[in-house]
Design a protein around this ligand. Structure first.
Ligand code: TXA
Ligand code: MG
Length: 323
């Protein structure tokens, strides 16, 4: 473990402003919400979002919830329908996350959506979280501030224990009132579906949106066992060829690191010329999109090391290649 003492700051005005400045500069800050502590980063910054995944040690990219100060800020990112308006009116600020279609001009990193065409948004019901979001004036992506497969943190001490050395600051706002994560409701289809049970019960949702679809509970509370397997998940239309070490006719290359397999390639883009896995994760979905073009016979992907974020990148690529 990297032994630097985490900077736990009581959530006073000056600490909140400093936290906002850190987030705007691309750093990660842990902050309290009414549900659990979140590990926050600028959702519009690919590198900051990649750093969140790195800090959590997640072996795959689960889409993240984006936090906003108010409904208007959420409407600017995703398409609200009548159901979403009713739910936001009834439960925001509060422990309900709505999964809605991204707007075409949505500035949030594709990595925060894990490549999905949708985005989860919520307005948290906590004075510190709201003050931080207002001061940051950006959408803040925040999963629970725990290392993957560990308990969710409901105090600043929990956060410090689990990932103190991985965040620039921990804003201490005391214990979280709700203590379980937000309910995640998918409104992308005709029938709303609960993807994760949480702070708002199904009984309270149904009167506002009608019958709910199948509850698809999954491993360790990270609901919908594999967002990566869902039909709606983005996979390039071009065939993907992994572990490519030599060129084939018409292929575009997604390279990694300084050693680029020799061509001729129809196109080459590099996830990270320096071989930096955080940079590679930050670029992954945008570069896949860019190469998913009919003029290429296929997308060849150079080998990516199976360590750290490399595992999540390879997991995503294998799913995309198999679909
Ligand atoms: O209470 C909470 O929601 C906390 C606090 C910090 O706000 N955040 C949290 O985030 O629990 P996280 O990343 O640990 O959980 C996000 C959940 C995952 O189960 C993920 O699969 C689902 O939301 N999710 C997010 N975006 C999604 C999307 N576009 N489609 C489907 N599921 C999505
Ligand atoms: Mg979590």
């Amino acid at each position: 473990m990297n032994e630097h003492t985490p900077s736990i700051r009581p959530a006073q005005r000056d600490a909140i402003l400093e936290a906002a400045r850190l987030i705007r500069a691309g750093a990660l800050v842990a902050f309290p919400t009414e549900t659990v502590y979140g590990l926050g980063g600028d959702a519009t910054d690919d590198r900051a979002v990649a750093a969140i995944f790195a800090a959590k040690d997640r072996p795959r990219f689960n889409p993240l919830i984006v936090h906003l100060a108010d409904v208007a800020a959420a409407r600017a990112l995703v398409r609200f329908d009548e159901r979403a308006e009713r739910l936001a009116q009834a439960f925001w600020p509060g422990p309900l996350s709505l999964v809605l279609p991204r707007r075409p001009d949505c500035p949030v990193s594709l990595l925060a959506s894990a490549g999905l065409p949708s985005l989860a948004v919520r307005v948290p019901d906590h004075p510190v979280a709201l003050a931080l979001l207002r001061a940051t004036a950006r959408p803040v992506a925040a999963p629970s501030a725990n290392v993957a497969n560990r308990l969710s943190p409901t105090t600043a001490a929990h956060v410090a224990e689990g990932m103190g050395s991985r965040v620039a600051m921990i804003l201490d706002g005391g214990s979280c009132r709700v203590g379980v994560e937000s309910t995640v409701l998918d409104l992308c289809g005709p029938k709303p579906a609960i993807l994760r049970l949480g702070g708002v019960t199904a009984e309270r949702l149904a009167p506002l949106v009608g019958p709910l679809g199948e509850l698809s509970l999954a491993d360790e509370g990270e609901v919908r066992a594999s967002p990566g397997m869902s039909a709606r998940h983005y996979a390039p239309r071009r065939p993907l060829r992994l572990e490519a070490r030599e060129a084939r006719t018409g292929e575009a290359l997604l390279a990694f690191g300084p050693e680029v397999p020799s061509g001729p390639w129809a196109a080459v883009v590099n996830l990270s010329p320096d071989g930096d896995l955080v940079e590679a994760a930050a670029n992954l979905f945008a570069m896949l999109h860019a190469l998913d073009h009919p003029e290429y016979a296929a997308i060849a992907v150079a080998p990516i090391p199976e360590v750290g974020l490399g595992r999540a990148i390879n997991d995503r690529l294998r799913r995309a290649a198999a679909s």
